[in-house]
Structures are given as C-alpha cells and as structure tokens.
Design a protein around this ligand. Structure first.
Ligand SMILES: *Cc1c(COP(=O)(O)O)cnc(C)c1O
Length: 356
C-alpha cells in the first residue's frame, strides 16, 4: 500500500469545552485526509494535512453537474478510553458502489480505510467522552476536471473530514414526528436512490423545509412511481414492528442500503425477533397502526442510530404510535446496537475495528 504522508498543523484549534452543546456537524477537527485520482494513474498522493479550504476553478465539473458522493461513519470512545470504529469497510464498499453509478472511479477501499484510521489516530483527542457522543467521519469524493462539457471527469479528489458530534438524544430516546411527502419524490428505480450522492439530498431539501414549517422534523418518502409504498426517511431507513415481528422496505434500487439497517436486521434476528423485507403500502401502515397490530415505527441511520416515530401525518390524517413515546422493540435494538458500538456489549459479528 502507498505510504500516507502526515503534515501536522502548527496551530491547533481549541476543543469544545461543553460536550452537551456539540450538536451535529458544526465543528471540524485540525486535520483532513486527501488523495487524488487521475485516469491511467489511479489514486495517488494519500496525505493527512491541516484542515483547510480547497481552491477550485469555477468551471470544476462538481460545481455544475454534481458528481459528488459521500459517506458517514463514526468513531466511538469506550469506557476504558479506547477508540473504535463500526463497520468502516462497509462504508468504503458502499462508496465504490455509489461511484460506479455516478461514473466515478472505484475507491481504493484499502487505502481509504487506512487513511481514515490514520486520521482518527491523529485526531484522537477530538473524540468526545460523554455517553452518546462520537466523532462523525465524512468521506467524500468529487470530480475535479475543469470543463463544461458533460463527460465523466478524468480527475477526482477523495477527502475525509471529522466532526465531534453530540448525543442525538438529551433525555433518552425522543420520538420524532414525520411528514409523509405525497407530492415530491426522492428517487426512482434506475436512478440514484441507492447511492449516497449529493444530488439526492439537493432534491430533498425543499420537502424538508415544508415539513419543518408544518412542525414535522423529518420527511417520509414514498415510491417515485405510484407514491403508495414506503421508501425511507431523510437519512434513515424505516422499520415497523408488529409485536415481535419487524418489517422494512426491501432494497429495490431506490432506497439507500443503510449499514445501520443491515446491522439492526442482523441483531433483531439474533435477539429472536422475526424480520421481513418487503414492499410496504403507506395505507397499510396507517390502517394497521389504527387497528393496533402495528405497534412501533422507527428510523435507522448512523447519525441517530434509532429514531422512534411518535407521529405520522399524511394529508390531514394523523397516526400516533406508542402514545408518542418510545416502544420496547426500538429501545431494545437501540440499547443493543449502541452497547456494541461503545464497547459495553460483546461484538459477536466482527463489526468493531479497534483504533486504540
Ligand atoms: C446514509 C443514509 C441512510 C442511513 O445509512 P447508514 O449506513 O445506516 O448510516 C439512509 N438513507 C439515506 C438516504 C442515507 O443517505
């Protein structure tokens, strides 16, 4: 593997004092990892350098045609002070799949993972200590050719930045209210829904604003053709509990294959829950919720881990679940997965990568 050069910053930033006020993605650490790509040459010059601005030509392809993909993973601090990552290779593999769909080069996954680990080691003092906090890690790939013709670039940049983030939940798991979007769609089959590309998010921001104005914190997307079937929520996959049975939309090409989704399905089966991946009609969710057979709904994603849904709004129709409180299935799965991530529970699936 190519050696990764390290240039340390001579002017370290002040670290945040109050870990209860970290929020999400507002503070960035002292260093970043960068490597570049050229067709015919491959990925080269892997390096850790002081966190800094990029200088870009205004005609850079990424600024016009949005060839940009990203990932999100976290470094957790155990009670003994040591650090660990959760399934980081799965993020790199997913980035290569995103890259392929976007006409971008496959990542050198091994080198990218090594860069990630080395960067976390350099930034180890930035990993917060309080329960529920972590260092959020954002790998990103952009095209860097300077041209206005619509062609795949010959040059790309991959970089990783890190941000200490707070606990998503200050007073235990707080259920969210979700707005079912029935006008706009996020993705269609054959499109880019299964990739973590910037454009998917650009297309979702308006609906998010509308939902927020109505007092809802997240948008639930329906399928792009009939607008009848549940896809996912903002940056989370959706799961529904019918007592001890958990159902989730099947991966159909327009849904992001979440690593948390996959982990929760695996843990659920190990804990004795039945699981099923299938097409789920939103009408059935409302009917089953009102009949009481559907007992819980929750989202899964790296940022919040599990986000219980207390309320769904579709048109003028409202569904309240678990009296707006967290249910037992969501709580059990949250405790189990975060237990593994923070090293309180044994990792029987080989998911943890220890840094120290
Ligand atoms: C990142 C993301 C998720 C969650 O994926 P994880 O790997 O579990 O973090 C779900 N949906 C979308 C649209 C996403 O971008």
């Amino acid at each position: 593997m190519q050696p990764i050069s390290v240039t340390l910053s001579t002017q370290l930033k002040e670290k945040p004092q109050d870990e209860s006020k970290l929020g999400f993605g507002r503070i960035f650490t002292d260093h970043m990892f960068i490597m570049d790509y050229e067709a015919g040459k491959g990925w080269f010059d892997p390096r850790i350098v002081p966190y800094q601005n990029f200088s870009m030509d205004p005609a850079s392809v990424v600024l016009h045609y949005g060839q940009a993909i990203f990932e999100g993973t976290k470094c957790y601090r155990r009670q003994d002070g040591g650090l660990q990552l959760f399934r980081p290779a799965a993020n790199m593999a997913r980035m290569s799949r995103s890259a392929e769909r976007m006409g971008m080069p496959a990542l050198d996954e091994e080198l990218a993972l090594e860069g990630l680990k080395e960067l976390v080691k350099v930034e180890q003092d930035w990993v917060p200590h309080q329960d529920g906090t972590s260092l959020y890690i954002r790998p990103t790939m952009i095209s860097s050719d300077v041209q206005l013709g619509v062609h795949a670039s010959k040059t790309y940049r991959f970089f990783i930045i890190c941000s200490p983030v707070g606990s998503y939940y200050k007073n235990g798991l707080q259920p969210v209210s979700i707005y079912v979007e029935d006008k706009y769609v996020r993705a269609v089959r054959g499109g880019t829904g299964f990739t973590k590309c910037a454009g998917n998010y650009a297309a979702s921001i308006l609906a998010g604003e509308i939902a927020e104005k109505k007092g809802y914190s997240q948008v639930l997307w329906l399928d792009g053709v009939e607008q009848k079937y549940v896809e996912e929520v903002g940056s989370m996959n959706m799961m529904f509990a019918y007592g001890d049975k958990i159902v989730t939309p099947a991966l159909n090409g327009s849904i992001l294959p979440g690593i948390t989704r996959d982990s929760i399905l695996t843990l659920a089966r190990q804990l004795g829950y039945e699981t099923e991946e299938k097409r789920i009609a939103i009408r059935d969710v409302f009917d089953d919720g009102k009949a009481g057979t559907l007992t819980e709904a929750f989202g899964t994603g790296t940022a919040a881990v599990i986000s219980p849904v207390g309320e769904l709004l579709m048109d003028e129709e409202r569904l309240i679940l678990q009296d707006g409180k967290i249910g037992p299935v969501a709580q059990k799965l949250y405790d189990t997965l975060t237990g593994i991530q923070y090293g309180r529970l044994p990792d029987e699936n080989g998911w943890i990568v220890k840094i120290s």
